[in-house]
Design a protein around this ligand. Structure first.
Ligand SMILES: Cc1cc2nc3c(=O)[nH]c(=O)nc-3n(C[C@H](O)[C@H](O)[C@H](O)COP(=O)(O)OP(=O)(O)OC[C@H]3O[C@@H](n4cnc5c(N)ncnc54)[C@H](O)[C@@H]3O)c2cc1C
Length: 464
């Protein structure tokens, strides 16, 4: 969408082909009986000032800023998220504290005596926090989120997503031997549109149409037509009635999953098939509960690490914008990870709701059943690209195959098979559009290296 926006603003003729009946992809917002739900509550932050100005300019007075307050619900208590050193120190008893410090020192000693690179997520966490904290928090949460044992997940994910440096750093902060407020690794303030994150992309679609572009919904791209030189000359699409049409084009920017795009480009190619089949996504079901009360909690996100509970996160959408629920009412959204086609993916809304009510009670939420006015679920098949130990080889092979097609660029979270947030996906869209507009240096390679620095994006993000 952002690529199309950039192209349309620069006078190019664009057609956006979207298979869903609403715009926004993972950033869509669903409306139901006056309540609104994102696909997992989103927030917009970016360290790119130009992007922030453009998005805020687009949404105008409907852009709100909110403060993030997130907690981890664990063992009947609440810990601040991201894990805060003071909080850990305060809430652990002496025995737990001693075990944590002892296992951290053991891990540091092992690293000093036998230095070795962190290959898996487990290696990464254990060498920085010790096995005790790994088994208490990081391991169970990670296995629940990804459905894969942390020893089988690449360390890439940990280094991109965990903000504390290591337990030693945390201890120094608690002991006031180091400034407690630095580094500020997680942005507290963030942008959020009044009517849900999808409003950004609905407004973008309006502007694209206003500039003469087309945004086709319920239009499932199912193949590419290439000429004798390998250039794509059209995209085959199936509409809601199942009829196929060919949309001719001279250039394609794709945010469809990388495995799908490469299968279109190289049908019946055994090597492509091998790599494409190896890339897996973790799916998510969102259980959305409408409530006849004004508030549930003060938190933006509540992380649930224990495996006995279904959700990994619980959110109250009204904490982002008051318009996510009618006046005097609120809602809860439970994020439930699963694999496409498994029992959780196929479970009825009713059975998910019943299990979730038990979980909510166990986690200390009172009277949710009594206050329920309704519930429904939404699903995403491609929620999280799974960084298993072998993913990089498959990802890079497929991306270099795309680079052989002269007029196709793959970008975005699914298109690059990268765990990026919306701001980076949008920046990639702008970069891809600029390559097309410049017509000269169109290169997939540039997009492959795009913002691959390990630094947490949140460290320098800006909001208001
Ligand atoms: C639970 C969750 C919470 C998140 N929270 C945040 C957050 O707070 N902040 C943040 O910045 N990011 C967040 N993200 C990440 C954010 O959603 C993504 O980074 C962003 O949506 C990626 O945009 P994209 O366009 O690359 O991919 P997508 O949003 O997946 O869009 C791809 C689009 O391509 C369409 N498509 C695919 N195949 C076809 C086809 N064959 N034909 C036609 N159309 C097709 C899809 O329908 C979709 O609309 C979150 C993600 C998840 C899963």
């Amino acid at each position: 969408m952002t690529a199309a926006w950039e192209l349309a603003q620069n006078g190019a003729e664009v057609v956006v082909v979207e298979k869903e009946s609403r715009i926004g992809g993972l950033c869509a917002t669903h409306e139901f009986r006056g309540w609104r739900f994102d696909l997992g509550g989103h927030r917009f932050i970016s360290r790119n000032g130009e992007l922030v100005r453009r998005v805020v300019g687009l949404v105008g007075d409907d852009m709100l800023t909110s403060e993030r307050r997130s907690v981890i619900l664990h063992g009947g208590g609440q810990y601040r998220y991201p894990l805060a050193a003071e909080d850990l120190a305060r809430k652990m008893n002496v025995k737990q504290g001693a075990l944590a410090v002892g296992s951290y020192l053991q891990a540091r000693l092992a690293t000093l005596l036998r230095p070795s690179p962190d290959v898996s997520f487990e290696d990464w966490v254990v060498s920085r926090f010790g096995r005790y904290l790994y088994e208490l928090f990081f391991g169970p949460y990670t296995e629940k989120l990804w459905g894969v044992h942390p020893s089988q997940l690449s360390a890439d994910w940990a280094s991109e997503r965990i903000s504390l440096l290591h337990l030693g750093d945390a201890i120094l902060r608690v002991a006031r031997l180091k400034n407690r407020n630095r580094p500020r690794t997680h942005a507290r303030r963030y942008f959020y549109p009044r009517r849900g994150i999808g409003q950004v992309f609905e407004m973008m679609a309006d502007e694209i149409r206003h500039l003469g572009g087309q945004v086709l919904l319920d239009s499932d791209a199912c193949g590419l037509e290439r000429d004798a030189k390998g250039r794509v000359r059209g995209v085959r699409c199936r509409n809601a009635e199942g009829q196929e049409e060919l949309i001719s084009c001279d250039q394609v920017i794709s945010t469809a999953p990388l495995s799908l795009l490469t299968r279109w480009l190289f049908p019946n190619d055994g090597e492509i098939e091998r790599h494409a089949a190896a890339l897996r996504y973790r799916s998510v079901r969102f259980l959305n509960i409408l409530l006849n009360r004004s508030d549930v909690s003060e938190s933006t996100w509540m992380y649930v690490s224990e495996p006995r509970y279904l959700p990994t996160r619980i959110q109250e959408p009204k904490r982002r914008s008051p318009e996510m629920a009618p006046p005097g009412k609120t809602s809860l959204m439970l994020e439930i990870p699963c694999n496409e086609g498994d029992g959780t993916w196929r479970a009825s809304d009713e059975s998910l709701y019943q299990k979730s009510i038990e979980d909510l009670q166990g986690l200390g939420f009172e009277r949710i059943r009594e206050d329920t006015l309704g519930y429904f679920s939404t699903r995403v098949a491609e929620g999280y690209p799974v960084y298993d130990l072998g993913y990089k080889e498959h990802q890079l092979s497929l991306l270099s195959s795309v680079a052989q097609a002269p007029n196709v660029l793959s970008c975005g979270r699914q298109g690059m098979f990268r765990y990026v947030f919306m701001d980076i996906a949008m920046e990639m869209g702008i970069a891809a559009a600029r390559q097309v507009l410049g017509n000269s240096a169109w290169s997939q390679a540039e997009l492959v290296g795009f913002r691959t620095d390990k630094q947490l994006i949140e460290a320098q993000s800006m909001t208001a």
